[in-house]
Design a protein around this ligand. Structure first.
Ligand code: ADP
Ligand code: XUL
Length: 538
C-alpha cells in the first residue's frame, strides 16, 4: 500500500499526516509540540524565543531539526511502517528564514545517522536564530525597499504584496545592515520550507512560488527572482538564494540518513515543500474559485483560490502562488489564537469555560468592543501592542471573551473586502476551528454557512496531497487536482453551521461601530461612543 507523508513545521509544533493512497484515508496524524518537548532546552514560549523588544520574534532552527528527529522516532516506535512512504512533502511557516554558512551547505549532503540532526548541524548557521512571520522589527527596511522599487503600488504589482515587516526580503535587508559580516558568511538563505526540504533530501532544495511570494523578492507573474527587488534588498544576494521550482518538483530520493535511521525506502521521493498557507489551500480542497477558508491557527488567516494574480489596492492583503500553479489571496491577522488564549488565561478559564462565556453573552455584546492588539498586528498595521476596550469593563470575563472573538471576525470581514468574494460558504480549519461557539460567531458575522474538517491540520494534509500529486506525476500518471483532493480534503457535511438571520443583522449594524473604533484608535478619528450608544439603543 503506497503511502505519502505530509509534514508541517509551524510556529508551535511539527506535525505529520500519513495517507494510505489505496484506502484513501489518513493512517497517522501526529504532532510534536515545541514548548512541551523542547521548551526547556531551547527556551522558547509558544515556539518563539523571548525578547525584550516586542517587535523581535525569532525561533531556533535547531529546534525544528530536533523536532523532526523526535517526530520520526516517535512514529517508528509507535509501529508506523515508514518503508511504505513513496513520497514526502511539507509545509513551513511562511516568511521565516534560515541562514547557512558554507559548512552547513556541505553537511546537508553528508548527514550522519549516528548523530542527531540538531547536533551535527551545530555551527552551520551564519545567523543562529531565524526571524519568523511574527517579527515586526523591519519598518525602516520596508520603507527603504518600497522607495527603491517606486512606491507601495509598484512593489505590490511586482511581488504580489506591499513590503511587510515579516516578509523575508525586509528581514534579509535588516540582517545585511546590522550584521554585515555574518551576512557575508552566509552561503544560502532558505525559507523554513526549503530548509526542511533540503534536510529531507540531503541536498539543497528549491523553494516553490507559493512560499516565494512571501518574500517581496519574486516576480509574482513570472514566478522567478526579480532582479530589481533583489537589488533593492541587499548586495550580493542573488547567489545566496535557492532556485525557485514548481510545487510538484521532486528534489531527489530521501537522504540515506532517514533510510538508515527510520526505515524509509531509498526510493522514497523527497518533494519540494511550500508555505503553510498554500498547503492549507490544497488541504481544504480549494483548487478552484468560489469558497473561502478561514484558518484559526496561531495566526488567523482568510484565504481563497485565485485563477489570476490580483493585488489588494489597500495594500493589506497578499497574492501568493497556489500549489496548483495558479494563485491565492490571503490576509493574515497575527493576534489570532494567542489573543484568544490571553483573554482565556486572564480569567483563569479553559476552552470549555471560554465557550460557555460565549454562550452566556448576547450577540453584538451590547456594543462593547475590543481591539485585541495584544501583540503587534499585521492587519490593520499596528506596531505598538495595545488592547483597546470601548465600553467594555476589563473585569467582566465573559464579555471580554465575546469581545475578542467578535473583534477578530469583524476585522476579517472588513479587511477582506478587496478580494471581492461574497462567499456564502466558509471552510474553517486550524486548532481553534474545533470550537463551535467561535464558529457560530464566524457564521453570523460573515452571514455564511461554516463547515469544519475531519483533519484539523490542513497544512500537513495539503503537504501530503502535494506529495501524492508529485508521485503520480513522476509515475507518468498525473491526476487532476480535483481528483487528488477528492475524499480527503472535504468538509464534514454534518458540521454545517448556518447563520442566524437576526444575529447576522445585528453584526451588519455593528460593523460601522467597529470601523469607528479602529478609526479612532489608529487614525485619530472621532470618539466612537455616540455610535455605540445608538447601536445599544436599537
Ligand atoms: P499552528 O499550526 O499555527 O501552530 P494550530 O492550527 O495547531 O496552530 O492551532 C493551535 C491553536 O489552537 C492553539 O494556540 C490554541 O489556542 C487553539 N485551540 C485549540 N483548541 C481550541 C479550542 N477548543 N478553542 C479555541 N482554540 C483552540
Ligand atoms: C501569512 C503569515 C502566517 C504564517 C503562519 O502571511 O504570516 O499565516 O504563515 O505560519
Amino acid at each position: 500500500m503506497p503511502c505519502v507523508l505530509g509534514l508541517d513545521s509551524s510556529t508551535q509544533s511539527l506535525s505529520a499526516i500519513l495517507l494510505d493512497l489505496d484506502a484513501r484515508e489518513a493512517i497517522a496524524d501526529y504532532s510534536v509540540d515545541f514548548d512541551e518537548r523542547l521548551g526547556a532546552k531551547y527556551g522558547v514560549e509558544n515556539g518563539v524565543l523571548p525578547n525584550d523588544d516586542p517587535q523581535v520574534k525569532h525561533s531556533p532552527p535547531q529546534m525544528w531539526l530536533e523536532a523532526l528527529d523526535l517526530l520520526l522516532g516517535d512514529l517508528k516506535s509507535q509501529g508506523v511502517n515508514l518503508s511504505q512512504v513513496v513520497a514526502v512533502a511539507g509545509s513551513g511557516q511562511q516568511h521565516g528564514s534560515v541562514y547557512l554558512n558554507p559548512r552547513g551547505v556541505t553537511l546537508l549532503g553528508q548527514l550522519d545517522p549516528h548523530l542527531g540532526l540538531a547536533d551535527q548541524l551545530d555551527g552551520c548557521f551564519s545567523r543562529e536564530t531565524s526571524p519568523i512571520w511574527m517579527d515586526a522589527s523591519t519598518w525602516r527596511e520596508c520603507q527603504e525597499m518600497t522607495e527603491a522599487l517606486g512606491g507601495p503600488k509598484a512593489v505590490a504589482e511586482l511581488t504580489g504584496s506591499c513590503c511587510f515587516e515579516r516578509f523575508t526580503g525586509t528581514q534579509i535587508r535588516r540582517f545585511w545592515k546590522s550584521e554585515t559580516d555574518d551576512y557575508d558568511r552566509t552561503a544560502r538563505i532558505h525559507l523554513v520550507s526549503s530548509f526542511m526540504a533540503s534536510v529531507l533530501a540531503g541536498a539543497e532544495a528549491p523553494l516553490d512560488p507559493g512560499d516565494g511570494a512571501g518574500m517581496n523578492l519574486m516576480d509574482i507573474r513570472t514566478k522567478a527572482w526579480s532582479p530589481a527587488a533583489i537589488e533593492a534588498c541587499a548586495p550580493r544576494l542573488r547567489s545566496k538564494l535557492p532556485p525557485i521550482a514548481p510545487a510538484d518538483t521532486v528534489v531527489g530520493p530521501i537522504a540515506p540518513y532517514f533510510v538508515e535511521k527510520y526505515g524509509f525506502s531509498p526510493d522514497c521521493k523527497a518533494c519540494v515543500w511550500s508555505g503553510d498557507n498554500p498547503n492549507s489551500l490544497v488541504g481544504v480542497g480549494l483548487v478552484s474559485s468560489g469558497k473561502i477558508c478561514l484558518s484559526l491557527g496561531t495566526s488567523d488567516t482568510y484565504f481563497g483560490y485565485m485563477p489570476e494574480a490580483q493585488v489588494d489596492p489597500a495594500g493589506e492583503g497578499h497574492c501568493f502562488g497556489s500549489p496548483t500553479g495558479a494563485y491565492m489571496s490571503l490576509i493574515c491577522f497575527k493576534n489570532g489564537s494567542l489573543a484568544r488564549e490571553r483573554v482565556r488565561d486572564a480569567y483563569g478559564m479553559d476552552w470549555p469555560a471560554f465557550s460557555a462565556a460565549l454562550r452566556a453573552t448576547p450577540v453584538g455584546n451590547g456594543g462593547r468592543l475590543m481591539l485585541p492588539y495584544f501583540d503587534t498586528e499585521i492587519v490593520p498595521n499596528v506596531l505598538e501592542p495595545k488592547v483597546w476596550r470601548f465600553g467594555l469593563d476589563e473585569a467582566d470575563g465573559p464579555a471580554n471573551c465575546r469581545a475578542v472573538v467578535e473583534a477578530q471576525q469583524l476585522s476579517m470581514r472588513i479587511h477582506s473586502r478587496w478580494m471581492g468574494v461574497d462567499s456564502t460558504t466558509i471552510y474553517a480549519t486550524g486548532g481553534a476551528s474545533a470550537n463551535r461557539e467561535i464558529l457560530e460567531v464566524m457564521a453570523n458575522v460573515h452571514n455564511a454557512e461554516v463547515y469544519q474538517f475531519p483533519v484539523g491540520n490542513s497544512a500537513a494534509l495539503g503537504a501530503a496531497l502535494r506529495a501524492a500529486h508529485a508521485w503520480y506525476k513522476g509515475n507518468g500518471d498525473e491526476q487532476p487536482w480535483e481528483q487528488i483532493v477528492s475524499g480527503y480534503a472535504e468538509p464534514v457535511a454534518a458540521s454545517r453551521l448556518a447563520p442566524d438571520p437576526a444575529s447576522a443583522a445585528v453584526y451588519n449594524e455593528l460593523i460601522p461601530v467597529y470601523n469607528a473604533c479602529e478609526d479612532h484608535a489608529l487614525r485619530g478619528g472621532p470618539d466612537p461612543a455616540p455610535l455605540q450608544e445608538a447601536f445599544r439603543a436599537k
